[in-house]
Design a protein around this ligand. Structure first.
Ligand SMILES: [Cu+2]
Length: 185
């Protein structure tokens, strides 16, 4: 087949794929749990406390943490590298804190994916996370929610441009027995 023939075949395939939309194309299972390596215990205990008997967990998520050239980080991590794992049905409190030396204000929300601006679970956000709900440098605000179904999504800052700059962590709800903080494998 000529070079031109191959090109036309490729073009045709691209058009077919483009017309398929989301209805016919298989997408990866969104509930595939993200594998993570637990953070060192010193960091883990600094940012996570929990009680298995009462099924409660408290995370401290530090926005714009120092030590990373990218201000748009949570606890020093960007682009989903930090993995927050919570067992289904637990009561989760998030202390959304902006580093005292932060360059910018930030906000915290659990969302289902990129571009989503609404909390994935009732209460899983600071109020008004795209507007007045931010935390300024040195400030901390908390919210509490109970994720009741398996989930793999994002913990993101919804201020304009921040998520696109990398300001999101992976957030997942699993059937595991305890919460954890880790880094994506
Ligand atoms: Cu931000």
């Amino acid at each position: 087949m000529s070079h031109r023939g191959w090109f036309l075949m490729f073009l045709g395939a691209a058009v077919v794929a483009g017309c398929g939309g989301g209805t016919t194309q298989a997408s990866p299972n969104p509930l595939t749990t993200v594998a993570a390596r637990p953070l060192p215990s010193a960091q883990m205990s600094q940012w996570l406390s929990f009680d298995a008997a009462s099924k409660t967990a408290a995370f401290t998520i530090v926005a714009n943490a120092q030590g990373n050239d990218n201000s748009f980080n949570f606890n020093g991590y960007t682009h989903g590298a930090l993995v927050i794992t919570v067992p289904k049905g637990w009561n989760v409190t998030v202390h959304c804190s902006d580093d005292p030396a932060a360059a910018y204000a930030h906000s915290c929300t659990v969302v289902s994916g990129l571009e989503s601006k609404t909390p994935a679970f009732p209460g899983a956000s600071l109020p008004d996370p795209t507007g007045s709900g931010f935390v300024a440098a040195g400030e901390s605000k908390a919210f509490t929610f109970t994720p009741d179904s398996p989930f793999v999504g994002r913990f993101a800052c919804l201020l304009i441009g921040h998520e696109a700059a990398g300001m999101w962590a992976t957030f997942q709800v699993t059937s595991g027995s305890q919460p954890s903080l880790g880094t994506k494998l």
